[in-house]
Design a binder for this molecule. Sequence first.
Ligand SMILES: Nc1ncnc2c1ncn2[C@@H]1O[C@H](COP(=O)(O)OP(=O)(O)OP(=O)(O)O)[C@@H](O)[C@H]1O
Length: 926
Amino acid sequence: ESSSAALNDDVLGLIVFKAGIIDPLFQLASWNEDEDDPCGWTGVRCSPVSRRVTELSLVGLSLSGRIGRGLLRLAALQRLDLSHNNFSGSLHPSLSQLEELRFVDLSHNILSRTIPDEFFLQCRSLRSLSMANNVLSGEIPRSIGSCSSLVALNLSSNRLVGALPRSMLSLSSLRSLDLSNNALVGDMPMGVSRLYNLRSIRLRGNRLSGGLPDDLGGSLLLRHLDLSANLLTGELPKSMRKLSLCRHLSLASNLFTGEIPPWIGEMKSLEFLDLSGNGFSDRIPETIAKLQMLTSLDLSRNTFTGGLPDSINALGNLKILDLSDNSLIGNLPSWIFELGLSYVDLSGNAFSGRVPAVLGSVPGLKFLNLSGNSLSGSLPATVLALDRMKILDLSTNMINGSIPPEIARAVSLKELRLEKNSLTGEIPKQIGNCSSLTTLVLSQNNLIGPVPSTIANLTNLEVVDLSFNMLSGNLPKQLTDLPHLHSFNISHNLFSGDLPAGNFFNTIPPSSLSDNPDLCGSAVNRSCHTVLPKPIVLNPNTSDSSSNTSLPSENIHHKKIILSISALIAIGAATVIALGVITITILNMHVQDPPLGCHLDADPALSDEYYSNSPASDANSGKVVMFCGGDSGFGVGAHAILNKDCELGRGGFGTVYKTTLQDGRPVAIKRLTVSSLVKSQLEFERDVKMLGKLKHSNLVALEGYYWTQSLQLLIYEYVSGGNLYKFLHDCSTSNPISWQERFNIILGIARSLAYLHHMNVIHYNLKSSNILIDGSGEAKVADYGLAKLLSTLDRYVLSSKVQSALGYMAPEFACRTVKITEKCDVYGFGVLLLEIITGRQPVEYLEDDVVVLSDVVRVALEAGRVDGLVDGRLSGKFPTEEVVPIVKLGLVCTLQVPSTRPSMSEVVHILEMIRCPHEHPEEELT
Ligand SMILES: Nc1ncnc2c1ncn2[C@@H]1O[C@H](COP(=O)(O)OP(=O)(O)OP(=O)(O)O)[C@@H](O)[C@H]1O
């Protein structure tokens, strides 16, 4: 009977515990309060004799909430393991009262606050307690000394402060103490030797100071001592020589001084010795040779002097040797490389002599850093032939000769650093075999010749630095194919010719290219051709495009075409463009637009016939995705969307229809007619979602999309006022827009472009038909970023289709070697600005000539006839003082060299200044 009552106590306790916590993954589903016996429940174990719960182990079950009183009913509990959950709150002070409790692991939770004093005061038989990796704060309670049964205590990685309580010295059963990574201060108290059972002390990462206690060596059983990353000072106490069982000793990153005492050789069990980052000085003692078990020796970042003691030669088990950043001198003894080491760092010393050729006989060597010494002679072929080597750094020495072709065998090499030496000769083409290479630094040598094209085989390359050499020739075009390249410094060489165009090279910083007098391309601000072409203009009214390409000149009145060099370039470019247009036309044939018509029901392109031509499942499988999360009300399938309202118009990318959402709100739907060119669904959706995130009052918001293989729709906010082209050029519009309205429109466009560029989006397709005017006269820019959705055609050809005939296209589109940046939008904006001010088309096609607006304006400005430029429909109603600066701004934006055009944020600033000149008296527009 009493056992069943007790059983119910256990059931009750566990159910109460469960009620207080959150179990998001239903891990405790088996805990059913209707059962009498909890012994079969997840994580519960019972004594086979008494059937009482003796163990509760709920590790890593994503449980959260507080560890409540329920557990106090489990009177027979011996083991409690709730580690790797999200339990919060403070530690229950009475938990330790459970008479049988021996093992508690609450590590890796988010327990906070101080550890209650009572917890240790009441502690009965607790042997192991871990609360590591929580957020406990405050001091370690002094009462800890009363928990005399403790064998293991781990409070590491919390936020504990204060000094180590002296009372801990009475924990004579303690074998393992881990208080590392807290903020403990003060010194390590004398009397540690009373903790004669201690096997392991870990106090790394605190702020302990003062010297080590003299009796530290009294803990004779110590095997692991880690006091690194504290502020400990003084010399090593002599008693430590008695720690002959100690395998792991780390005193790294403290303030210890003096020499390493010769008695260190008596700590014979040492396998790991780390004294790095201290102020140890003098010579490395010969007695170190007695540490026969040593596998890792780190004495780096001290001030050791003298040569390498030959005794290290005796350390037959050594795998890792780090003596970097000391003041060691002498030749590199060849025996170092006969030890079978895998990691050697001797950098930052004053070693001299040659790089030992014997290095090549160390088959297991993976890491070798000899940088920052005074090594001379040539690079032994054997060094580079190590096929397991991952990192080789011989930089900042005096090594001469050439890089041996045996480098071909370094197939595991990830980093090769040979900078700041005196290497000569060419970069061997065999480097193309080092397929693991991510970092190649050969800067500040005397290398000559070209960059071998085999470098383009190294597809893992991320960082290449070849600066300050005498390398020459053209850069291999294939470098643009390196997918991970993010730094490529070739400055201060003799490279010539075009920079590779595309990928990483589109954004390469000019500083990485500087001082190569014959290198050209926009990144170095040097044209690859002597003359940049003027804007490319095609006459859309004739089929022979090249004959209509003209070079607008200073005198634009009926000037005949002159076949100058720039004209030839322009004609060449135009021919390319014309070919592009033809390509698009062919590609578009099977996605022909329907004939113009208002009601889509009658539109053959969207009738059932249309769908029967495309895979049926395809046409109906798409789903309308609205970014705001709401329901479009279209349901599934495209019929519902397009069979509704009316066509608004057609453009280069598609046809636009107006329709209404279920909530009555109108939207404009663009059906892309370039389906065959649209990227994969994944890329399309990624790009469209990115565009959908753009929010600006002067942008037409993209609200959603629809995708199937053969039909893609973009759902935009509907803008009621019509497009700017209509306002400017449609003669039937009776009410011309005023100067103020025009200024507002220009400013709105500028602001939206500055925002787009800030978000790293290039519009690519600015023109007045893409500027919509809303009900209150505000400009809203449409069609931004659409060029990005297409994959097949590159943007040069694309832009020729949508912009060239109209004169908004920046000249750099015609020069494939010049990088296309957001400055192409600045050009388009400049043209648009002049169009808005003058009310004239950007390009006018006369019988035997082409008149380019920016040239007309430039000539008029020079002749002082600016007022005559302003749209006559304004009947002289405009502030004269605003005209000159705004016209100048338009001309600056349409400058030929992209880098000489202002950024859009500068444009916004200038426009605001023109409008309110008095607020910026100190600044002047030139
Ligand atoms: N969100 C919208 N709200 C109202 N009308 C729109 C909207 N988007 C486009 N339109 C109208 O639909 C017509 C066609 O637009 P579309 O963008 O396809 O052509 P475009 O601007 O002439 O050429 P392109 O495709 O090269 O940008 C335009 O007259 C435009 O005014």
